[in-house]
Write a protein that binds this ligand. Structure first.
Ligand code: FES
Length: 319
């Protein structure tokens, strides 16, 4: 893994709602976890078949609690196996490897006010951010949208952290966040943070920009799950490896399976850490990431192997 790996035991599994499970993890060496910052995620290495399957999940507990880390996982029906394994095969007492925490969604501590917005399972990084803000005595509010009353799984924890400052939006009651009014007329120095479905994130960003919010005050997190696709061939120019990426593996996973160490942080197309230089592409690069600019995509010189692929013949990478 690109960051230090820790072996942990699944101490407790809680069924929070249909298709949502929470996992409490403790180190198997008896040591404490490091303190992390609100918004951090870890990567779980899950034992699927003959290779580990690595998925990122946000830490949702109290960042200062060092004997237990908590993550919540929504079962993705279209999953290639990671969330399904966690829902169908994971048991208390099992051991898995996890990465050290990485924060791609940090709070801006100098902010004068903080607006936190969560859609569905996007509540997980927002919850740890809310804990951090509550501990700092910061001025913040939370807007939590979910499908039906049974899916507001962290409502009580949020209410305890921010009494009177948590706003609920229940989709089955036709309640939704109006980003135009939420973001209008906010005082200078306000920061906005959102984690949720792509359409919701895009709507909030568009509303903020059209209201004149500086981009530096609009923060979002969105991890994409790698999608499968047609197999394609890869040549690694530096290591001399040549192999085929099968339809059910990402390019990054296929590179790792060759024993080649490739960098990554989010494994979800968001951070840019896994960027590789394309030396040649016989076919069309299919970019799924959220990182490359339109010009970078058009250049055909870069690819994010955690989520993007080639449609066609052979891809040659400077690796
Ligand atoms: S690991 Fe973050 S974009 Fe690929």
């Amino acid at each position: 893994m690109s960051s230090a790996s820790l072996n942990v035991e699944i101490r407790r599994i809680r069924e929070l709602a249909p298709g949502i499970r929470e996992f409490s993890l403790s180190r198997t060496d008896g040591e404490d976890f490091p303190v992390y910052s609100g918004g951090s995620h870890i990567v779980l290495s899950l034992p699927l078949g003959d290779r580990p399957h690595r998925n990122p999940y946000s830490l949702l507990g109290d960042p200062t609690v060092r004997d237990t880390w908590r993550v919540a996982v929504r079962k993705q029906e279209e999953s290639r196996g990671g969330s399904r394994w966690l829902h169908e095969q994971a048991r208390e007492g099992m051991r898995i490897d996890i990465s050290a925490p990485v924060n791609l969604f940090p709070l801006i501590r100098t902010g004068r006010r903080h607006i936190l917005v969560a859609g569905g399972i996007g509540i997980t990084p927002i919850l740890s951010q809310a804990r951090e803000l509550a501990r700092l005595g910061a001025d913040f509010e939370v807007h939590y949208a979910y499908r039906g009353p049974e899916f507001g799984v962290f409502s009580n924890e949020l209410e305890a952290l921010a009494p009177g400052r948590v706003h609920h939006y229940v989709q089955s009651r036709r309640e939704q966040i109006e980003f135009g009014s939420l973001l209008a007329g906010r005082p200078l120095g306000t920061h906005f943070y959102i984690c949720g479905p792509a359409g919701m994130v895009a709507a909030s960003m568009n509303a903020g920009k059209s209201l004149g919010w500086p981009e530096s005050h609009l923060h979002s997190e969105q991890f994409l799950a790698p999608t499968g696709g047609e197999p394609f061939d890869v040549k690694l120019a530096l290591s001399g490896k040549a192999f085929t990426v099968p339809s059910d593996l990402s390019l990054l996973e296929a590179i790792e399976q060759q024993g080649v160490d490739a960098p990554y942080l989010c494994r979800g197309g968001a951070c840019g850490q896994c960027e590789l230089e394309v030396l040649g592409a016989e076919g069309e690069l299919i970019h799924h990431d959220l990182y490359l600019s339109a010009d970078e995509r058009a250049s055909g010189k870069k690819i994010m192997p955690c989520v993007s692929r080639l449609k066609g013949g052979c891809l040659t990478l400077n690796l």
